[in-house]
Each structure stands twice: as C-alpha cells, then as structure tokens.
Design a protein around this ligand. Structure first.
Ligand SMILES: *[C@@H]1O[C@H](CO)[C@@H](O)[C@H](O)[C@H]1NC(C)=O
Ligand SMILES: *[C@@H]1O[C@H](CO)[C@@H](O)[C@H](O)[C@H]1NC(C)=O
Ligand SMILES: *[C@@H]1O[C@H](CO)[C@@H](O)[C@H](O)[C@H]1NC(C)=O
Ligand SMILES: *[C@@H]1O[C@H](CO)[C@@H](O)[C@H](O)[C@H]1NC(C)=O
Length: 291
C-alpha cells in the first residue's frame, strides 16, 4: 500500500474511533448559545462540561442549540442540583418557535433533601399539550451524570433515561403529532417555588443558592432544518435518513420489556389515568398502543 493511502486509512480509523466515543460534536460551546443570563453559565473542558446556575427567584439560565431540526436524537448527560433543590426546575426539551408550537419535554422538579426528584415528561403538537406523564427516578439523579435522550422520528417520540425507554408517544392517525415545525433543543434552570415541589407547599431555601445543574456530552444527531419551508420538512421525512430505519418504528422486545417495568414501578402521574379517574374526556391515544 502507498504511504499516503496508509496515512489516509489511519485518519479514517482515528475519526471512526472518535465518533464511537461520541467525542465529535460533543461540545456545548460549538453547538449552543446561552439565551438567558449568560453570566450564570460556565463552560470548561473545551466546552464539553457545562454548569447552569439558579441564583435568585428571577435569575436562572437557558441554553439553546444553534441548530434547528426535524427528527433525530438529542442526548445529554446531566447531574441535577444536589441537596435541597425544592422549588427549582431544570428543563431539557425541544421546541418550535411561534404559534401552535410543537414541544417534547423532560423537566426535573426538585425536592427537599432526601426526597425524590420528579421526572416530568410532556408533548405538545399543534399547540396542544396536557399529555403529562411523571416518574419517580429509580436512581439518584443528583449523584453522578445520567443520560437523557429525546428520540423523534415520523413514527414515534421516545424518552430515554440511560438508554432505557420510559415513554413512547406514537404518530397515530387522528392524534396530533409533530411532523413539520423545526425545533431547537433547550435546557434551563429556573425558580418555580409556587408550584414545583409538593404542589408548592415546600419553598426554595434561597440561603442555599446558587443551585447548580451540571452537564456533559451533548449529542445532536438530527436532520438540520431551519425556517419553516415545507420542503425542508419533506427532506427530513425521506426514508434515507438513519432514524427512518424500519426497526426504529417501534421498540424492540427488550426495550418494551424495560419500559413496562419502569412504567409499572415508577409512574406517579399519567394524564390518561387522570382523565379516566376524573371522568373527563379521555384523549384518543390513551386507548391506543404506545410502543
Ligand atoms: C423574589 O425575591 C425578592 C427578594 O427576596 C422578593 O422581594 C420577591 O417578592 C420575590 N418574587 C417572587 C415572584 O417570589
Ligand atoms: C405521521 O403523521 C403524518 C401526519 O398525520 C402522516 O402523514 C404520516 O404518514 C405519519 N407517519 C407515519 C410513519 O406514521
Ligand atoms: C445516551 O443515550 C443514547 C440513547 O441510548 C445514546 O445513543 C448515546 O450514545 C448516549 N450518550 C452518551 C454520552 O452516553
Ligand atoms: C417530593 O417528595 C414527595 C415526598 O416523597 C413526593 O410526594 C413528591 O412527588 C416529590 N416530588 C416533588 C416535585 O414534589
């Protein structure tokens, strides 16, 4: 083999190894802008480590990806506020901008020391939300970093925690589902002592401020698409994208099993059950498969 061909191969292998490790593009500095209170964000380790701080009831922090996208996967690892985090809310979500918006949420509602966080999920399509499911974490989300992933393709949305699917929301006919509005990914920390912890009964202990959430490794594997041109939505909907693989149209048996055990053991709120219990109209997808 020629020397230059060998050198090229070596580069190809090195790049493949970096991709494997998730080190390429895993950088908050390159991928994101701080859109609220930049003095409360700190990046170190070349932009791969990030902290967002909540310093007072009117000063938190928000981060937004530079890219807008339709479909794909957004991951990051987060270590939530330690100790007494009552009244704090850390968010991690994707959202379109403008009216009748689409949104896919993770929110982490803080608690008193020793009491569990609430892991809140929701989805909005065409501006219609109220599809909350909440879980109690089966691990301590303040002790070490955990990987939170939003996966979105034309078939379904999946919320993953440490690669375990905890919830699926499918594109069923007759059920609003995001398919055309480009989204950004966001993360923020803010004050919500009026409602966040135990229904607002437990307030924030501001003597403990700042409240700090820590992040590592942003993974954006998305179909970039800005503006609102439907052509860009069509481009992302084509079958040659990685997320359009038929096996990604539903969970594997193993994933389904994992999700069922989380939902059985750790669900603390489900909008479908709530509507049934209160005799309110039950959204149509509540009677359809969600996996
Ligand atoms: C925020 O904190 C300030 C100073 O402690 C207080 O005066 C104000 O009422 C608080 N605002 C809200 C909305 O809680
Ligand atoms: C998703 O929903 C859209 C709009 O309702 C529909 O046109 C499309 O065929 C659906 N896609 C899949 C894969 O089910
Ligand atoms: C986080 O989980 C997703 C989904 O399982 C995975 O693709 C990604 O590589 C993980 N990221 C890290 C940094 O572990
Ligand atoms: C906080 O802890 C209480 C008591 O364990 C629990 O009922 C509640 O769901 C937890 N989460 C929040 C956000 O209040």
């Amino acid at each position: 083999m020629e020397g230059s061909a060998k050198a090229l191969l070596a580069v190809v292998f090195a790049v493949a190894a970096l991709l494997e490790l998730g080190l390429v593009g895993a950088n908050f500095q390159d991928q994101c802008d701080i859109t609220w209170e930049p003095q409360n964000a700190q990046m170190t380790e070349g932009g791969n480590h990030l902290t967002l701080s909540l310093v007072s009831n009117s000063s938190g922090c928000m981060l937004r990806t530079k890219k807008q996208f339709i479909y794909g996967s957004v991951s990051t690892r987060i270590q939530l506020v330690k100790g007494n985090s009552a009244g704090t809310v850390t968010t991690y979500y994707t959202s379109s901008i403008g009216e009748k918006h689409d949104e896919i949420d993770f929110e982490f509602l803080g608690n008193e020391t020793g009491q569990p966080y609430t892991l809140h999920t929701n989805v909005f399509a065409d501006g219609v939300g109220e599809r909350e499911m909440q879980f109690k974490p089966w691990f301590d989300p303040t002790d070490g970093f955990h990987n939170y992933t939003i996966f979105w393709n034309p078939c379904m949305i999946v919320w993953f925690v440490d690669s375990i699917p905890i919830r699926v929301f499918r594109n069923h006919s007759g059920v609003p589902f995001p398919t055309s509005r480009p989204m950004y990914a966001f993360s923020s920390i803010w004050a919500a002592e009026d409602w966040a912890t135990q229904g607002g009964r437990v307030k924030t202990d501001w003597t403990k401020a700042p409240f700090v959430a820590e992040y590592r490794d942003i993974g954006l594997n998305v179909c970039e698409c800005s503006g609102s041109a439907s052509s860009c939505a069509d481009g992302c909907a084509t079958g040659d994208q990685w997320y359009a693989a038929p096996e990604l149209c539903k969970l594997s048996d193993r994933q389904l099993h994992q999700m069922k055990s989380v939902q059985l053991g750790y669900t603390i709120y489900n909008y479908c059950d709530d509507a049934r219990a209160k005799g309110r109209p039950v959204p149509p997808e509540c009677n359809m498969d969600q996996y």
